[in-house]
Design a protein around this ligand. Structure first.
Ligand SMILES: *Cc1c(COP(=O)(O)O)cnc(C)c1O
Length: 397
């Protein structure tokens, strides 16, 4: 079974590039050039240097003793929360901004939901001195004021998307429209392993630094370079893709993806794409998505804005379809509980997205000697307003 992208841009039956005629030139150019640039030693040197000195990599692989005790396995945390800007997203935006420069682009656009990808994009545009426009649903602009302020402080222009539900998918539509109108000087930095080929593969490769480091870190700490389990949360799937990339063909490693079940899978307020979704095309790729019988996208729901996406990347659709990956689901309440548990038990406040993955721990059956790596995709500072609402439920006195 092949779990990597094929020459046509497909993972099994998922993926491809279903795009309007007007974007064909841009996508073709990207498809023809991304690997040439990424494999160029001078590109790699520049990427590696920024990863080290700007992002702060390698991120530690931390053995979590109290969590291990509680769940009866050897649990390690891959600390993407310690990266500059607080999550894994910067790995991808650094890669894409270097690529944009090599393609001669001077103007960057991006879509954002919670604002995390917008902040990571605004950051690298400031770093490189490129113009940055971030599309964001006007509802999200209201809900995510601190990240909007960060983007503006970093010099980006935040443009509201006023169509549809005024959230992430509408912002994505606006960004695509912008790209169609400005094809020559503009590069579109997509924030996850979604969109038309080559985006899913390109983003997965930039994020694969996570599993590249895991290999030598595990070798050093465990005497073998692979774990028994890798666990990660999935919105579009980029942090998970990075954490599993170098283990896709290693069947000693079980992959456990956690999706957001919102208020519960059957409540109508959920983002559990892999059970509620069906095959269709969203934002340029064939994948699993939540849609009505006549193909209208169903609005997803999760307490965590980063998991609140109606689709899933084509790579993950394929991994789930072929049963290479196991899927778990965590509700809002389970994620909140897990976030408080990790804070109290290891002194680490995780992002709400990441907390979903920790909520899956109690649903797993481990052996004591199993080596488990959880990808700690981001830190919880941005979610403090949500956590504060639950503080009384979990406080000691
Ligand atoms: C954006 C985000 C996610 C979800 O996106 P993926 O592409 O699925 O990784 C998960 N965790 C954090 C901290 C995020 O910011």
């Amino acid at each position: 079974m092949n779990y990597h992208v094929d020459e046509r841009g497909f993972y099994g039956e998922f993926g491809g590039a279903f795009i309007p005629e007007m974007l064909h030139g841009n996508i073709e150019k990207l498809r023809n050039q991304y690997l040439l640039h990424m494999e160029d030693p001078s590109f790699k040197d520049e990427f590696d240097a920024l990863m080290k000195d700007y992002v702060g990599r390698p991120s530690p692989l931390y053995f979590a003793p109290r969590l291990s005790d509680k769940y009866g396995a050897k649990i390690y945390l891959k600390r993407e929360d310690l990266n500059h800007t607080g999550a894994h997203k910067i790995n991808n935006t650094i890669g894409q901004i270097l690529l944009a420069k090599r393609l001669g682009k001077t103007r960057i656009i991006a879509e954002t939901g919670a604002g995390q990808h917008g902040v990571a994009t605004a950051t690298v545009c400031a770093l490189m001195g490129l113009r940055c426009i971030v599309y964001m649903g006007s509802v999200d602009i209201q809900r995510q004021a601190p990240n909007v302020a960060r983007m503006r402080m970093l010099g980006a222009e935040v443009r509201p998307a006023e169509s549809g539900s005024k959230t992430l998918k509408d912002a994505t539509n606006e960004a695509i429209r912008d790209w169609i109108n400005n094809p020559v000087e503009t590069h579109y930095i997509i924030g996850s392993v979604v969109g038309p080929h080559p985006y899913p593969d390109m983003v997965a490769r930039f994020q694969s630094v996570i599993s590249e480091e895991m290999k030598w870190q595990l070798q050093h700490q465990e005497g073998r370079d692979y774990p028994d389990y890798i666990m990660a949360c999935v919105g579009g799937g980029s942090n998970a893709a990075g954490a599993i990339y170098h283990y896709l063909d290693d069947d000693r490693v079980q992959i456990v993806l956690t999706e957001a079940a919102g208020k519960g899978i059957d409540t109508g307020e959920s983002a559990a794409t892999s059970v509620l979704g069906s095959k269709g095309i969203i934002h340029g790729s064939k994948t699993l998505l939540m849609q009505t019988d006549d193909g209208q996208i169903i609005e997803p729901y999760s307490i965590s804005a980063g998991l609140d996406y109606p689709g899933i990347g084509p790579m993950h659709a394929h991994l789930i379809h072929t049963k290479r990956a196991i899927v778990q689901y965590a509700t809002d309440d389970e994620a909140i509980k897990a976030a408080f548990e990790l804070s109290r038990i290891e002194g680490i406040i995780p992002a709400l997205e990441t907390a979903h993955s920790f909520a899956s721990l109690e649903k797993m059956k481990f052996n004591k000697e199993d080596v488990v790596v959880i990808n700690l995709s981001g830190r919880g500072d941005k979610d403090l307003a949500t956590y504060i609402e639950y503080l009384n439920d979990f406080s000691q006195s």
